[in-house]
Each structure stands twice: as C-alpha cells, then as structure tokens.
Design a protein around this ligand. Structure first.
Ligand code: HEC
Ligand code: HEC
Length: 472
C-alpha cells in the first residue's frame, strides 16, 4: 500500500478489510498531495523567494524569513508524494488552485509531523515551529517576487487571508501552537450562512493573547476517540478539520467537497500506530515499572494488561484535581468558545443539516501514553521538557530553553525529553531577539504546575515506571 508505510511509523495497525485499507490509502494521498487550503503562494514566486533568502544564515533567516529557513525544496522524505510534491518538505503541499495557478501552502504535516534524530514521524506533533513572529514580515516581501498577472492575482488571495489572521496567531515561545486561535480567527471572517469570506469581521475576533498548546500526537485518536485536550469533539472530526484548514476556500461548496476526502483522512489518522521506542529497555525495570504503573497511573491512563499493553478508557480529570495550567480549560468552556461554537453550529446545520456535538468539560483528558517517549515537551501547553519532570514536579524548570533546534539534534530519546538548558531569567529579562527561545512558565497559559501524582514515588519506582511507559 503506497504511502501507508513510512520509515518511522511502521506498518499500519491490523487493518480490518480491503475496503478499509483502500480508504486509508486514499486518506494518506489526500493528506500529502491535495489542495485543502484553497490558495497559496504561487510556486514560482515561492521558488524566487527561497532563492533570494538562501544566502542568509539560518539563525537570521529564522527570524526574518520563517518559511524560507526551512529549506523548502528538498527531495521528499515521506512516501507517496506525487510529481509536484516529490521535491518539497512535508510541511507544504503543492497543488493547482481554482484559479489555475500552481501554488504552495502549509499541509497538515506542518503541525502534525516532526523528526527525531533525523527520522521523520508522521503524526508526531511539531515541537519546533516558530509562531512568535508576525508572518506578514515574510508575506509582505512576496509581491516583489511576482512576474505575471496570474501570480499577482493568486498571491493577493493568499495575502488577504493571511493579513486577516496574522494578528491572532503569535505565540510567546517557539514550539507552541496557535491552531485553536487561528481557527477562531478564520470563523470570524466567514458568514456561517454560506461560508463566504467577508472583508471585515462578522463578529468579535478572538483575543490576541491566547493559551498556547503543544500539538497532540495523531496516533492517540485510535484509543482516545475524542478530540482535543478538552475532549470536546466525540464525533467525526473531518468537518471541523476542513473548516479549520480552508484558509481561503472560495465558498461553502468547495469546503463541502472536502467532506468525503476528509473522512478518508480521518480513517488514516485513526489507524496510525504509535512509534515504538527505538532503544533497548531494561526488562527487570520494565517489569517493576508495570506494577508501579498499576498502583499510581492506571486509574487515569488505562489499566495495564498482563502482556504489558494498556486497556485505555477515556477519563477526564477535573481541573481541581489535575491542577495543570487552567487557561485553555477556561477558554474552551467560556465566552470565547461559546461565540465560535454558535458560529460552528449554524454553519454545520446549514451545510450538513447536522449539529456539531460538543461537550464541555471543566478539566483535561488523561491521554493514552502510547508512544509518549516521543512527545516531549509534555502537558497540553508543552511546559515540561522531560518525562522525569512530569513525574517529579520539584525538578521542573521555571525557565528553560531548547537546545539543538537548528541542528536537528534537539531530542533526547533515552530520557524521553527535549534537550534543554535551565535559564536563570524569564522573558522579561531576556534580550529581545532571544526571548522567544525561552519557555517562561510564569507567563499566562504557560504554567507548569499540577499533575503531582509522581511526586510521592521513590526514585527507584519513578525510574521503573518511566522505563515501563517507554515501552507503550
Ligand atoms: C497550525 C497548526 C496545525 C495545522 C496546520 C493542523 N493542525 Fe490539527 N491540531 C493542531 C493543534 C494545536 C491541535 C490540538 C488542539 C486542541 O487539543 O485543542 C490539533 C488537533 C488535531 C486533531 C485532534 C487530535 C487529538 O488527539 O485530539 C486532529 C485529528 C487534527 N488536528 C487533524 C488535522 C488535520 C487533518 C489537519 C490538516 C487539514 C490539521 N490537523 C492541521 C494544530 C494544527
Ligand atoms: C488523576 C489522574 C492521573 C493520574 C493518577 C496520573 N495522570 Fe498522567 N495525566 C493526567 C492528565 C489529565 C494529563 C494531561 C494534563 C494536561 O495536559 O494538562 C496527564 C498527563 C500525563 C503525561 C503527559 C502526556 C503528554 O503527552 O503531555 C504523562 C507522561 C503522564 N501523565 C504520565 C503519568 C504517569 C506515569 C502516572 C503515574 C505515576 C500518571 N501520569 C498519573 C492524569 C493523571
């Protein structure tokens, strides 16, 4: 099955039937080749822009040219890419727009793909993307690269949407994600009646300050079934995804046309297996750790069966118990969410004659721990850089900085951690250009408190339970 076997994710889990297998293959093809954004930077314009920026050293390019710094045009490291996409990194898809222009725009994998030690893992949440800068610093340079009227027209569509949402997608730290706010910002410009883009906002936009999130791993959905840290979506997620992705889909019809292809994408995501821990583990320690897990963790993260696999049951932990940063929970159960949910309800009913089915919870879901060795930094806001610190709140760094991001050596697989240095100062005391590299847990939404369930463990038990969860 082309495209469904990647170097990193291993074979797909036992697929029930040939029909399912075909659907999953179609879903993967859509994901890595299709147009689900609606517009883009004309490919030739992008090539000229990248050409113009390759002479700039990466550290500076990262600041001023966040797109170009990725070295966009490279032979594809994922399988199943079509001819247009064979020469571009997974973060982008190349496609022909409704205006007949070959264009490039972000793919789902720009947030839902990441490498560990050079091994690219589809579905692993991106932990290094820089959303701290105003993207207009880059996009405003693009008109200078235009050569034809068609290019100019396509770029104008892209810029109109980007200019509209740019103020609502700036984070304070590299590696955390603005996707929820970005989705709200898009809703604010579209009529829920026909999804037509309006030149001004039809309702209050989201706040410019918003709770940051770490991108969750896609393979969790197989067990979890419900979407998001706040577990609010339990039905099919294809529709909410197409609404969120269609940056500049012309109208409701083009979004509706994605309904079926995105059911296939959903099938692909739901079948994605977790990546196995690639290093040897100590069998005695794993065995001891399974017992500790049974006592201290199983009640929330799922019971361990005798063969060491987990029987996961969805468990939502009230905020008063889990105690991790509250802001996301507050937002997702409060006025901001309500405003955009009302919009979504209306749009869903108009488009599909079916409601959205949203459940509000005053807490966070205890996620399955499958493949958790790969998903540092931890918690919904990515505030804790290592597995050990998740299980010992006393050693969590108040200020920390990721190491090895530019070199691609930022992950410490053995310790299930990102490489980091403890910093003595928060963002307020840091030089402007370096601020964004500091994870400052004193900022609103960036707190690293809570989940103190591992604090009482002896060092030995903690090491053992860590060894066990690495095998999941
Ligand atoms: C700008 C970054 C970004 C892009 C692009 C993006 N996502 Fe996401 N995605 C996120 C974040 C962040 C979350 C977590 C939001 C939350 O939990 O509240 C998420 C959550 C999800 C989830 C739920 C996962 C779970 O376990 O709850 C699915 C499924 C998903 N995205 C699919 C997609 C698809 C399909 C696309 C492409 C059409 C896409 N995403 C594009 C950032 C992104
Ligand atoms: C009372 C319920 C509860 C118990 C007990 C519990 N956890 Fe958790 N755990 C959670 C919740 C809820 C989260 C998500 C918190 C958030 O994102 O804000 C979480 C998050 C985690 C994470 C981070 C996952 C990620 O990808 O961000 C790890 C790792 C983890 N727990 C491991 C453990 C281990 C190991 C134990 C046993 C020593 C344990 N937990 C005990 C509820 C619990």
């Amino acid at each position: 099955m082309p495209g469904c076997k990647t170097a990193s994710s291993g074979p797909l889990s036992q697929v029930a039937s040939a029909e399912d297998a075909a659907q999953i293959a179609r879903g993967y093809d859509t994901l890595v080749n299709a147009n689900y954004v609606g517009c883009g930077v004309p490919l030739e314009v992008m090539k000229r822009a990248v050409q113009a920026t390759t002479i700039i050293p990466p550290a500076i390019a990262g600041t001023f040219f966040p797109l170009a710094a990725e070295k966009v045009f490279k032979p594809s490291i994922i399988p199943g890419r079509n001819q247009d996409n064979a020469g571009i990194v997974p973060s982008f898809n190349v496609f022909v727009t409704s205006r007949g222009v070959k264009a490039v725009n972000f793919s789902c994998l720009s947030c839902h793909g990441e490498a560990i030690d050079g091994r690219y893992i589809i579905g692993l949440g991106n932990r290094s993307r820089d959303f701290t800068q105003d993207v207009r610093a880059f996009t405003n340079l693009l008109p200078a690269m235009v050569q034809t009227d068609k290019e100019r027209q396509e770029l104008a569509v892209f810029q109109k949407s980007m200019n509209a949402i740019a103020p609502y997608m700036q984070t304070k730290t590299v590696g955390v994600n603005p996707a929820i706010n970005l989705t709200y910002a898009l809703f604010a410009f579209r009529s829920p009646d026909d999804l037509k883009w309006q030149d001004s906002q039809i309702m209050d936009p989201p706040n410019r300050e918003f709770p940051p999130v770490r991108v969750p791993a896609w393979w969790l959905l197989r067990d979890k079934k419900v979407m998001f840290y706040s577990a609010e979506f339990s039905k099919h997620h294809n529709r909410i995804m197409t609404l969120a992705a269609g940056l500049c889909m012309d109208d409701g019809e083009s979004i509706k046309a994605l309904d079926a292809p995105f059911r296939d994408v959903e099938a692909y995501i739901r079948a994605l297996p977790s990546p196995k821990f690639p290093l040897p583990t100590n069998p005695d320690l794993v065995h001891a750790g399974q017992a500790v897990y049974g006592r201290a963790c199983a009640g929330c993260h799922g019971a361990a069966k005798p063969d060491g696999t987990i029987e996961y049951v969805k468990t939502i932990i009230p905020i008063s118990d889990i105690g991790t940063d509250r802001w996301l929970m507050v937002q997702q159960t409060g006025a901001v969410h309500q405003r955009f949910r009302a919009w979504g309800e209306k749009a869903f009913l108009k488009m599909y004659h079916e409601g959205m089915s949203v459940d509000l919870h005053q807490g966070y879901i205890a996620p399955p721990l499958a493949g958790v060795w790969a998903t540092a930094p931890y918690f919904h806001n990515g505030s804790v850089p290592s597995l050990e610190a998740v299980l010992n709140s006393k050693i969590r760094p108040k200020y920390w900085r990721k190491l090895g991001v530019v070199e691609g050596t930022d992950y410490d697989t053995q310790h299930a951690a990102v490489k980091f240095s403890q910093e003595s100062h928060g963002q307020a005391q840091t030089l402007p250009l370096l601020k964004r590299y500091v994870y400052d847990t004193t900022l609103d939404g960036y707190g690293n408190q809570g989940h103190t369930y591992g604090d009482q463990l002896s060092d030995q038990d903690r090491q053992a339970v860590m060894e066990f969860v690495k095998t999941l």
